[in-house]
Design a protein around this ligand. Structure first.
Ligand SMILES: [Zn+2]
Ligand SMILES: [Zn+2]
Length: 210
């Protein structure tokens, strides 16, 4: 296994009286049973390095929340898109029959927008390219998509927004997987999704109800 000490007489850097169990894969120090920490990726760390990661994580909660909050913007753009497509389909009178699959195809970008939003809420860096692409395309959706898309691009382009998706920060997240309690954020995101869909449903009914 990685990080395990092969030396018989290695001693913990913090507790010289204790036998070392692992070598820290960040700083190379020995760590005893009590000091060793294992990251989600199976790397071994000493206590000092773990604390350092914890500190970095705490310093970036705000940046994390700012990026996670972008999910709300994506849900709003998705709702806007659904509204535009459904209104347009209604306008040309082709919601029924043969054209239904076309309508579904037009609604697919809405699904991608929701996926990008969920990726932001989870700080999933694999979704970052999708988020940037969709935010760029959203600029065309004047005016709501333009405003929200521009804001998303700005947050993702700035240093804190870039850092939370970096390789270095992935290490931090693996070492300190539990961040601030996110129950509240999750509720806010869910309510935003429900609210935006509800809002557009009402707008649609008001404009197009018979
Ligand atoms: Zn270390
Ligand atoms: Zn120790």
């Amino acid at each position: 296994m990685t990080g395990e000490t092969s030396e018989e007489h290695a001693r913990c850097a913090e507790h010289p009286q204790d036998h070392a169990e692992v070598t820290c894969e960040r700083c190379g120090n020995y760590a005893c049973q009590e000091c060793k920490r294992e990251t989600k990726r199976g790397r071994h760390l000493c206590m000092k390095c773990y604390r350092r990661y914890l500190e970095i994580r705490r310093d970036h909660y705000r940046a994390e929340h700012r990026v996670q909050g972008l999910a709300v913007s994506f849900y709003l753009i998705a709702a806007t898109w659904v509204f535009v497509v459904v209104s347009f389909a209604r306008f040309i009178g082709r919601v029924d029959g043969v054209a239904t699959w076309k309508l579904i195809a037009w609604l697919l970008p809405g699904l991608l927008l929701v996926m990008a939003g969920r990726g932001m809420a989870r700080l999933d860096r694999r979704r970052r390219p999708l988020a940037i692409l969709l935010a760029g395309l959203s600029l065309l959706l004047v005016p709501i998509g333009t405003l929200l898309g521009a804001r998303i691009l700005i947050v993702l382009a700035r240093e804190p927004g870039r850092f939370v998706f970096s390789d270095d920060y992935a290490e931090v997240l693996a070492a300190v997987p539990d961040g601030e309690p996110e129950g509240r954020l999750r509720r806010v995101l869910f309510l935003a999704a429900v609210f935006s869909l509800g809002l557009y449903a009402v707008l649609y009914l008001v404009r197009y109800a018979p």
